[in-house]
Design a protein around this ligand. Sequence first.
Ligand SMILES: [Zn+2]
Length: 157
Amino acid sequence: MDEKIKQAALDRRYLRMASIWAENSYCKRRQVGALIIKNKMIISDGYNGTPSGFENICEDKNNITKPYVLHAEANAITKIARSNNSSEGATMYVTSSPCIECAKLIIQAGIKRVVYSERYRLADGIDLMKRAGIELVFIDPNDTSELYNDTSKENKI
Ligand SMILES: [Zn+2]
């Protein structure tokens, strides 16, 4: 099978896993999931939520997201900081395009490739990662046209 199609199919599966992982989030307004893959291994995962030890409620009584809620990308990256792993050269899969704060962390964590779905209203995070030479892949989960040679596998989970 063509390497490019193979990679595209793999990217879609990891992104689907990240979207399933987003279901762990107890945030009501928005649920985002992230995975960090290196050498075909999942080395970290994250979803948006409050820091460890804080109550599992993301929104205040006015339904505004609390300022100390961490984004999925930040949770995945900081989880690596507490492990013996390294995100150098890794790929991040995230269900929403990273904001500028997460883009800074992604760059500094040495992540070289970011695969995402759902474009965020602001593109400044994407622009910053582009400037840093990170490979960016946008996947529309509803458009599988690039997988014309792999449709049988695509439908299997
Ligand atoms: Zn963010």
